[in-house]
Design a protein around this ligand. Structure first.
Ligand code: SPV
Ligand code: MG
Length: 433
């Protein structure tokens, strides 16, 4: 019987280093490629530019590859146990860094099964992470960006979104990474918030900043980022206007619009019942959802319905009745909002909603119940968590502190430590020099 050789890969960007590994593998036997699924990758690396099916089609047609199988986990163990290859080949770059543990597991399983691990020298100068950086400088297309939110929702236990009101926020969200064990924690995308967009323009959050103005700022974010964007569409306005909003957002590569079921003069939800606000009728809001859905050009753009029942002091049962109706009208997801500090109402809603709809995405905004962890939210059935205003709330006190200290001291030396060094700001944006 022919010997078999296993290679795990993402194969997003094919490069000579990977071809060399495949060529080397053919010397030992029949080559099986374990192609990592989006799910396997999502918590560790950027989602591939190409979908799984596109990557499979490419790899299947590479000379020397006999078979492509999905690798559903970051760890090789399951596939190695199932396929029992005689060999596994990997570049020797996994000897250090976050892949070290993965390597140890592979050695353990292969030893148990009487197989062999072959490590080949890492191809200097060409590797996927380096290419990844270059791809970032190329950017993305509206279509790829738009689709990426749905892919992330499918691939990740919970999708983490942070508010961005300018290009600088966008850059932080785009680039910041924290390595936790073998997991890479990142923000998956951005929230274009009506509250912070309005506030940063010195306007109240009452739909006074029009779509065109909001898009101008959004455009700065689009220019320097590749991650998906969820747009806070407030009430969506008049149905006749909302259809144009959907088309405009979609054309810009925005992944989703969230509209809330309120009518009349909208005020920020966190005022709760302190502000007089009227919820739309179920029928009225369903018509708006339907109109938005009909206006879409692609199937990927999401119209997400936001329920304000709990904000308005109504019970969870009212929120659920609305959620079921909105999903019936075609909503691609439900955002449930509350200003309760415990988060209990949100949990109750999510758990009840999940009994009826196992897959319709749930979005939450834990501003007041900020003690609840993402892991807990996930266990309630939440798919998307939005940190809706934190970048602006962080910036304002920092700027005020500096401004105050200059006034107090009649010079700027005292604020030096509160500010980033000039050298750093000059080098922050590539291409400044
Ligand atoms: C926003 O960020 O503008 C929102 C969320 O709509 S909230 O402010 O909590 O209403
Ligand atoms: Mg808002």
């Amino acid at each position: 019987m022919n010997k078999t050789v296993y290679i795990g890969m993402t194969a997003d960007i094919m490069h000579p280093g990977l071809i060399r590994i495949i060529n080397e593998a053919t010397k030992y036997g029949e080559v099986i490629i374990g192609l990592l699924t989006d799910k396997a990758i999502a918590e560790h690396k950027r989602l591939p530019y190409l979908t799984y099916d596109q990557r499979r089609e490419v790899v299947e047609n590479i000379k020397g590859v006999s078979r492509v199988v999905p690798q559903e986990e970051w760890s090789y163990v399951d596939n190695l146990k199932r396929l029992k290859p005689d060999y596994i080949i990997h570049g020797d770059d996994w000897k250090s860094g976050p892949l070290r543990e993965i390597r140890e597991q592979v050695f353990e399983v292969m030893n148990e099964q009487g197989g062999k691990v072959i490590e080949i020298p890492y191809t200097q100068g060409i590797n996927s992470s380096g290419l990844d950086k270059e791809i970032k400088t190329i950017g993305t297309t509206p279509e790829v960006r738009l689709k990426s939110l749905r892919r992330l929702i499918e691939a990740k236990p919970i999708v983490r979104i942070l508010e961005a009101h300018d290009g600088l926020c966008g850059l932080i969200i785009e680039n910041l990474e924290v390595q936790k064990g073998d997991k890479r924690e990142v923000f998956d995308g951005m929230w274009s918030s009506s509250l912070t967009d309005s506030t940063s323009k010195g306007k109240p959050d009452i739909e006074a900043v029009d779509l065109t103005t909001r898009l101008q700022d959004l455009n700065n974010i689009l220019e320097c980022t590749t991650k998906p964007i969820i747009f806070d569409g407030d009430t969506g306005g008049k149905i006749e206007h909302f259809v144009f909003t959907v088309r405009t957002l979609e054309r810009h590569g925005i992944s989703a619009v969230i509209i809330e079921d309120k009518v009349g003069l909208k005020k920020n939800s966190l005022f709760g019942t302190d502000a007089v606000q009227t919820q739309d009728t179920i029928e009225g809001f369903c018509d708006k959802i339907r109109a938005g859905k009909n206006a879409r050009v692609t199937d990927d753009f999401m119209v997400i319905a936001r329920i304000e029942s709990l904000i308005a002091g109504k019970p969870v049962s009212d929120a659920l009745e609305r959620a079921y109706a909105y999903v019936g009208a075609g909503a691609d997801g439900i955002m449930i909002h509350s200003k309760n500090k415990s988060g209990e109402d949100i949990r109750e809603f999510c758990e009840a909603f999940r009994q009826k709809y196992t897959h319709v995405p749930i979005v939450v905004v834990p501003t007041t119940y900020d003690h609840v962890t993402e892991a807990e939210l996930h266990s309630w059935g939440v798919n998307v968590v939005i940190y809706a205003n934190h970048m602006l709330r962080a910036a304002y006190p920092a700027m005020t502190r500096v401004a105050r200290a200059i006034l107090e001291n009649g010079r700027a030396q005292e604020v030096r430590d509160y500010c980033m060094p000039i050298k750093e700001i000059l080098e922050l944006i590539p291409g400044t020099k």
